[in-house]
Ligand binder design. Structure first.
Ligand code: GLV
Ligand code: MN
Ligand code: MN
Ligand code: MN
Length: 417
């Protein structure tokens, strides 16, 4: 097919990203962003986006958990649509490009196609997924998990945040009501889904390439551990008598790091990112510690084997130190393989734009991991400075965003024709 000639309005996109970044509950100044699902900030950011969608003439639909679909209707609206999009929630003290480039960039891709005179046969949706980040409820991608059936209504509704609110209460308070089951998408809702995202790693920048075409997404898992020992007075209880939960947990964290370093797969990564110590007083022996584990690999079988070894090692340390341990696997997803037809469409788009590109895997997870269960799925990456992400100094240049939006637009044009 003849691909349309595009003019991406990069200045507008940058302004909108900066405006979106002002919706933040972060204690640090801009560009640091914190935007947690179902908070007032999240709701305000969604209102801002709705205004942009409506100005672009898109029809907006929001489901029972706030997943938002902004549709550019095609000439054959009954055909399965083409989807693009990402998330706008942001982990504490993070940056302004993670996820947002895929939502506002998806909108910009549609506006560039509209302006070029292109008319899609299939409708094109910009999807804003609710809560890609696991910050509030422990599990990431709750919106796309529900849509794809990866998480049941009962499992989702019963997730709790630190304050004890259930997911169901939190979404209702934020204004999202209706039966959760209605958010499940029909298996043929989308003939293709493509997500634009910053790489969150250094490879594209190091190779001076502007586009990564993702071929597979690594398998993530999240596990919560709880270690229970015995508390007591920090002055009065002598060392041989102690069953210190934090000293035991410290041994477990180091054992996890060792197992990850020794893994047969170089792609396996393990992170203990949260540690909650009870009672948390300078002169009190820790009686209880909760910690999280984030464990991932492109090789799902190896991820599962290492997870078993981690549980065995932690159990052994607990027994040596006479403390109790329990764990709960919140998610252990298989990896996703991207659809070859979408990969080829994205490569063709990058070639047509004469952009240096490569095929690559995504080590971070994205809503595309779940969308791949119900639709042929692909992803387009652009570089971010120094490979930095989940930090306030995350940065993607206007030139790279323009390249990403243009590649996305030409990919959507092929898939929607
Ligand atoms: C997504 O934010 C991830 O942690 O990969
Ligand atoms: Mn993120
Ligand atoms: Mn993201
Ligand atoms: Mn994420």
């Amino acid at each position: 097919m003849d691909l349309p000639k595009l003019k991406v309005e990069t200045t507008r996109l940058v302004c909108e990203l900066e405006q979106l970044a002002t919706f933040s509950e972060c204690s640090e100044p801009s560009p640091a962003v914190t935007r947690v699902v179902f908070t007032e900030t999240d709701v305000k950011a969604r209102e801002y986006l709705r205004g942009l969608y409506e100005t672009a003439g898109l029809a907006v639909r929001t489901d029972a958990v706030g997943n938002t679909f902004a549709r550019w209707e095609g000439s054959e609206p009954d055909l399965p649509a083409v989807g693009t999009g990402s998330h706008t929630d942001a982990i504490p003290h993070s940056g302004m490009y993670d996820g947002t480039v895929g939502v506002l960039g998806g909108l910009e891709a549609i506006r560039a196609l509209q302006q070029s005179g292109f008319r899609p046969r299939r409708s094109i949706d910009v999807v804003m997924f609710t809560s890609e980040e696991p910050t509030r409820f422990g599990v990431g991608c709750t919106g796309s998990r529900l849509m794809s059936g990866a998480l049941s209504v009962a499992q989702l509704a019963s997730l709790r945040d630190e304050s004890g609110s259930t997911y169901d209460q939190a979404r209702t308070q934020a204004g999202f009501t209706g039966e959760l089951s209605t958010a499940l998408l029909a298996p043929n809702a989308y003939s293709a889904f493509v997500e634009l995202h910053i790489e969150q790693g250094p490879l594209l920048e190091q190779a001076a390439e502007s586009i990564g075409v993702v071929t597979a997404i690594a398998a993530p898992s999240t596990v919560h551990f709880e270690v229970t020992g015995e508390g007591g007075h920090a002055g009065a209880v002598l060392m041989p008598m102690r069953r210190d939960a934090l000293a035991a947990a410290a041994g477990m964290v180091l054992a996890i790091e060792r197992l990850a370093l020794d893994s047969r797969s170089p792609d396996l990564v393990a992170t203990v990112g949260e540690l909650h110590v009870h009672p948390g007083a300078v002169n009190s022996i820790p009686s209880r510690v909760r910690f999280t584990l984030d464990l991932r690999d492109i090789d799902g079988d190896n991820r599962d084997e290492v997870l078993e070894s981690v549980v065995a090692a932690c159990t052994q340390i607990a027994s040596q130190r006479r403390v109790e341990i329990s764990h709960q696997v919140l998610n252990a997803d298989p990896p996703a393989v991207c659809d070859e037809r979408i990969v080829e469409a994205a490569v063709r788009a990058a070639e047509r734009l004469q952009l240096a590109h490569r095929r690559m895997i995504s080590r971070a997870y994205h809503d595309s991991l779940l969308m791949a269960r119900i639709a042929p799925t692909g992803m387009i990456f652009i570089p971010c400075r120094g490979g930095v992400s989940h930090r306030p100094d995350e940065y993607a240049s206007p030139e790279h965003m323009e390249a990403g939006v243009a590649t996305l637009a030409l990919t959507l044009a092929q898939l929607a024709s």
